[in-house]
Design a protein around this ligand. Structure first.
Ligand code: AMP
Length: 200
């Protein structure tokens, strides 16, 4: 089956954990914009040098940069069976760019799973991680950036009829089960390869 999904949620909401489980279960790649950017920083590429200060400060990198990265990644053959976007899109212009590129490929998103978690639980979880940008001040700032720049996507995808709410303050196994329910409903509604135009 083919499944084109977006995982939307604040830092610490468990997107990475759930994306990994979905990859394992459905054999489709998880594409994490943050991982791609961090790899560029670690490798010291020109792109990495350009984005480093954004990541360090917990600010979003410019839309065009990450849109180009995702466009390139979605052109790779392993995405034919589907994909899970983790951390992209993060702004309305990014979501519009994604819609445009998927329209060109005639493969609209099947669903956007919004992993909802209260602020205190997020801070608790981020406090247990050891990423440079999980230090308390930066973690707080990343949550604010989410609320300001990314939360508008909740309405954006609700209007498109794509939004599915997941209570993600619960343990990962329960979140996973809730996501499975959504995916079953999508498959029942005809998501997957048969729902797409077959082309000519
Ligand atoms: P993440 O691993 O998803 O928490 O992302 C880590 C950092 O990478 C973010 O704080 C941003 O600086 C940058 N980043 C990741 N994805 C995006 C995106 N879609 N748009 C802009 N910046 C991003």
């Amino acid at each position: 089956m083919a499944l084109d999904l977006v995982l939307l949620g604040p830092p610490g909401s468990g997107k990475g954990t759930q994306a990994a489980r979905l990859t394992e279960k459905y054999g489709i790649p998880a594409i994490a914009s943050g991982d791609i950017l961090r790899a560029q920083v670690d490798a010291g590429t020109p792109l990495g040098r350009r984005v480093r200060s954004y990541l360090d400060r917990g600010e979003l990198v410019p839309d065009q940069l990450v849109v180009d990265i995702i466009r390139h990644r979605l052109s790779e053959p392993d995405t034919e069976a589907g994909f899970i976007l983790d951390g992209f899109p993060r702004t309305v212009p990014q979501a519009q760019a994604l819609d445009a590129m998927l329209a060109e490929l005639q493969r609209p998103l099947d669903a956007v799973l919004y992993l909802e978690v209260d602020r205190q639980s997020l801070l608790d979880r981020l406090g247990q991680r050891h990423r440079q940008d999980d230090r308390p001040e930066i973690a707080e700032h990343r949550i604010d950036v989410f609320l300001k720049q990314t939360a508008p996507l909740i309405g954006y995808y609700r209007d498109e009829g794509k939004l599915r709410l997941i209570d993600a303050a619960r343990p990962p196994e329960l979140v996973e089960a809730a996501i499975d329910d959504v995916i079953r409903s999508l498959v029942g509604a005809g998501a997957g390869p048969n729902s797409r135009p077959t082309g000519s």
